[in-house]
Design a protein around this ligand. Structure first.
Ligand SMILES: Cc1ncc(COP(=O)(O)O)c(C=O)c1O
Length: 397
């Protein structure tokens, strides 16, 4: 059969990362690959208990279609959850999504036409790049430094686009413990970013899965809060702070935007399951979310410390890395002449895996970079794995 595929289908590609992560299943392998939470943190017994309770008490709702925007109880729970982290919202400003990836998909559908300019940090989240590329976006990368995106460069790009009569549909940023770099945007950067976005009339998309995972106790104000909820769209998810299995997230934005998002979501999946929303709403209502986040921080903080110490101990002098204060990732930069994809199989022979850096760059640069995840492996494996990685890198150097 000669299938007449859509134009969009030509813009989807198999993730290079998924292909190479197949190798991580090899016995004896230590993987710093995926961005997975530590499964020992999953509150399995309590979720089982709440599931039974929801079915018994509200099964008629849980197993029914629900409102596209989300279950009332879930929206209320999210308002309280966000308030704890300094972010004020109202029910009208939230739409539940089937996790952040759906949020990214909805925003791509809502804002991007073929050739629409958008601006993003480089490196940035691969799943975002995939969603925007599929929509046909013309992506403009802005280099990321230790304090956030290069704002002088951003200003220049915005000015150049304006001179061409083109306005970016949005600026996509991950201000807290960024995926893949682990970098957090400083407060002064956040403020200047908002000023620049306002000056050029461009919307900010703030993707924020890691914000709650601060290992220092300090959580910087979100762009959403700093902007007074104007001109910022925030994407949130439970995937990293709780678990990804229920695929639960939400979008926060001005009412008029949420209205559009809700209409769009109706055509995408009608609603996120009421069943899982009612379970998580009860979990949050019991105050268990806060405890889960604290447990995750207690689990990941020593893992980060162990990975930084192992890098310091084992890595050759011409390898550098980011020093995050939260989240799940460390970003390594190797000498320019090394391509982390080319050396991947050599490294795999040392029974250790990472994620290559190039797919995180919308301009396909960054061949000498790689991402390490520390939330999933145990502390013992972190030290052993970094020693193996350093030895493999030394071999290729
Ligand atoms: C920055 C960022 N956004 C969105 C996502 C998607 O997460 P999910 O769809 O599980 O909520 C991820 C996952 O790694 C991420 O790192």
């Amino acid at each position: 059969m000669d299938y007449a595929y859509s134009g969009i289908s030509n813009r989807i590609f198999r993730s290079e990362i998924r292909e190479i992560l197949k190798w991580t299943r090899k016995p004896g392998m230590i993987s710093f690959g995926g961005g997975l939470p530590d499964p020992s943190l999953f509150p399995i017994d309590e979720i089982a208990e709440i599931t039974g309770k929801v079915l018994k008490e509200k099964g008629y709702l849980a197993l029914q279609y629900g409102p596209t925007q989300g279950e009332h109880e879930m929206l209320e729970a999210l308002i309280a959850h966000m308030d704890e982290f300094g972010d004020r919202t109202t029910k009208e400003q939230i739409c539940i999504t089937s996790s952040s990836q759906q949020g990214l998909d909805l925003l791509a559908l809502l804002f991007i036409d073929e050739g629409s300019p958008i601006v993003m940090e480089s490196p940035s989240y691969l799943g975002g790049i995939q969603a925007f590329a599929r929509a046909g976006a013309d992506m403009h990368p802005i280099p990321l430094h230790a304090d956030g995106m290069d704002l002088d460069r951003l200003e220049k790009v915005l000015k150049d686009l304006e001179a061409q009569g083109r306005k970016p549909r949005f600026i996509y940023v991950i201000p807290d413990y960024q995926n893949p770099s682990g970098i957090t945007m400083t407060l002064s950067h956040r403020e200047r970013l908002i000023d620049l976005a306002r000056q050029y009339g461009v919307v900010l998309v703030e993707d924020s899965p890691y914000r709650e995972l601060s290992f220092t106790g300090e959580v910087l104000p979100s762009l959403w809060t700093l902007s007074g909820g104007k001109g910022v769209i925030m994407l949130k998810t439970f995937s990293k702070v709780l678990f990804p299995g229920m695929r639960m997230g939400w979008i926060v934005a001005e009412e008029a935007v949420i209205d559009k998002v809700v209409m769009l979501k109706q055509s995408v999946d009608l609603c996120t399951p009421s069943f899982t929303q009612l379970i998580l709403a009860e979990y949050i209502r019991r105050g268990r979310m806060r405890q889960s986040i604290e447990r995750a921080i207690e689990c990941y903080r020593p893992k980060l410390k162990a990975m930084l110490a192992a890098l310091e101990k084992h890595m050759p002098a011409d390898v550098t890395w980011s020093v995050p204060t939260g989240g799940m990732f460390i970003w390594l930069t190797l000498p320019e002449r090394i391509d982390t994809k080319e050396i991947f199989m050599t490294v795999i022979e040392h029974n250790v895996a990472y994620v290559i850096g190039r797919p995180f760059h919308c301009d396909h640069s960054g061949g000498n970079t790689l991402r390490l995840n520390y939330s999933f492996p145990s502390i013992e494996k972190i030290d052993a794995g970094i020693e193996r990685l350093a030895s493999a890198i030394r071999d290729v150097l």
